[in-house]
Design a binder for this molecule. Structure first.
Ligand code: ATP
Ligand code: MG
Length: 400
């Protein structure tokens, strides 16, 4: 038996009123992107539901992809069968047995839009329920809270059977909330911050500061790999790699050691803001979590944030490290983040950074040098890469 289609339920976008069509459109695009290496599959949508018509593509593999698409509340793979009661019964039993194990309860939810079909809704429930009960000893009905809800929908062209409701990633379709720049280090936190922002519909572009030759090509590759992971959600992701060496060296010349960290962050933010403007973003995202390190005290944030009015989104601000690591493990970035390559900030890290820097002081130290031309230069020399996910299907094709 092969799945014929997958029924997708929208979830939160159904509450978006007038924007509904826009949301459905974005979701359809995300779904298409997520399954673009299944060329025979087609995506159809109406106000309440979306369908992936599989046309022979593997329903289980396609389902795996749909689990990562934001904006999907739940989905159900369905089998299409001829509207013949004997055939339908056999198919229902086969589908049911795949999910059944001892002690599970069930109910049948019949539906028919073909009013000429010989059984009405109640009769469908009764006939098919009876068929399962006779064939599976010990099976019990539970209409209120069944473990398995076998749905039988009789339409004009055929009958559809589905028994599984798979939870989607929820959230909002990527791109439905505008664009923001994610300050992406090679660490654990920032990829998680990016993922959570994508979950609320933000289109994310990465900005990474590299300081060659103090940071290596492998450190950069690590960030490209993290971007690749994140791009699985959106289909592709842009990454800007900023050459930061010159600015960092100048900071160390100009600013007393215990303030270099604050100035470094301020300059990273200024460069990111410039890139944001250039690329049509509306906010900046960081992986900061309150109190985690010296640069992440509220006093530090106050001194650093002063360089821009752009909204800074900090999805992890109140999250503990263990919670962040749990998400990183779930989205598969933890292992990459744990690779031991040096980051530009660790290379230049002062021995005792100020945990409570004073804004007037940092302004004073920075006032002796005009960083503007260096910022300009860094922005102009930024390398922009479009990163695409590695699709499982492609790997298989490459192998054979
Ligand atoms: P992460 O795990 O994300 O590296 P962290 O706990 O190491 O975070 P910091 O090094 O203080 O914390 O960095 C705080 C935030 O600043 C990061 O989450 C990231 O958003 C940004 N950031 C730090 N280093 C870089 C970098 N080299 N390029 C781009 N952004 C960076
Ligand atoms: Mg870091």
């Amino acid at each position: 038996m092969m799945y014929d289609r997958i029924l997708i339920r929208y979830g939160e976008i159904s509450t978006k009123g007038r924007n509904r069509n826009k949301f459905i459109d974005k979701l359809r695009r995300s779904v298409r992107k997520a399954i673009e290496d299944f060329p025979k599959a087609r995506v159809q949508s109406d106000r309440d539901r979306m369908y992936v018509l599989l046309n022979g593509e593997d329903g289980i593999k396609v389902s795996e992809r749909l689990k990562n698409v934001f904006g999907i509340q739940s989905f159900s793979p369905a089998v299409k069968v001829e509207k013949d009661i004997t055939i339908m019964k056999a198919a229902a039993l086969e589908l049911f047995k795949r999910l059944y194990s001892d002690g599970k309860t069930f109910k049948i939810t019949g539906k028919r839009s073909d009013k000429k079909f010989e059984l009405d809704t109640n009769e469908i429930n009764y006939e098919f329920g009876g068929h399962l009960l006779t064939n599976i000893p010990g099976l019990k009905v539970d209409v209120k809270n069944p473990d398995i809800n076998l749905q039988i929908e009789v339409r004009e062209e055929a009958a559809y059977l589905s028994a599984e409701t798979i939870r989607g990633a929820a959230g909002l379709p990527v791109g439905s909330s505008g664009k923001a720049m994610l300050m992406l280090s090679g660490g654990i936190d920032s990829p998680v911050a990016g993922y959570l922002s994508m979950k609320r519909g933000i289109e994310v572009e990465g900005v990474h500061f590299a300081s060659p030759p103090f940071t290596s090509e492998r450190a950069k590759q690590k960030v490209v790999d993290l971007t690749k992971k994140l791009s699985e959600v959106s289909g592709q992701m842009v990454l800007h790699v900023v050459p930061f060496t010159e600015i960092q060296q100048m900071i160390h010349k100009q600013v007393p050691e215990n303030y270099t960290m604050t100035t470094t962050r301020r300059l990273m933010l200024r460069v990111t803001d410039r890139l944001r403007e250039k690329n049509g973003g509306l906010a900046i995202i960081t992986g900061e979590s309150l109190g985690q390190v010296a640069s992440q005290t509220i006093e530090s944030m106050y001194a650093i944030n002063e360089v821009t009015n752009t909204p800074i989104l900090r999805p992890l601000i109140t999250t503990d490290k263990t919670e962040i690591m749990d998400i990183a493990a779930k989205i598969d970035t933890l292992e990459i983040s744990n690779l031991p390559y040096e980051d530009c900030c660790t290379v230049f890290v002062p021995s005792s950074p100020k945990t409570k820097p004073k804004l007037e002081k940092v302004q004073h130290y920075e006032s002796f040098f005009d960083f503007e031309p260096l910022i300009e230069k860094a922005v102009n020399e930024t390398e922009t890469i479009v990163v695409k996910p590695i699709m499982e299907q492609q790997i298989e094709e490459d192998l054979f």
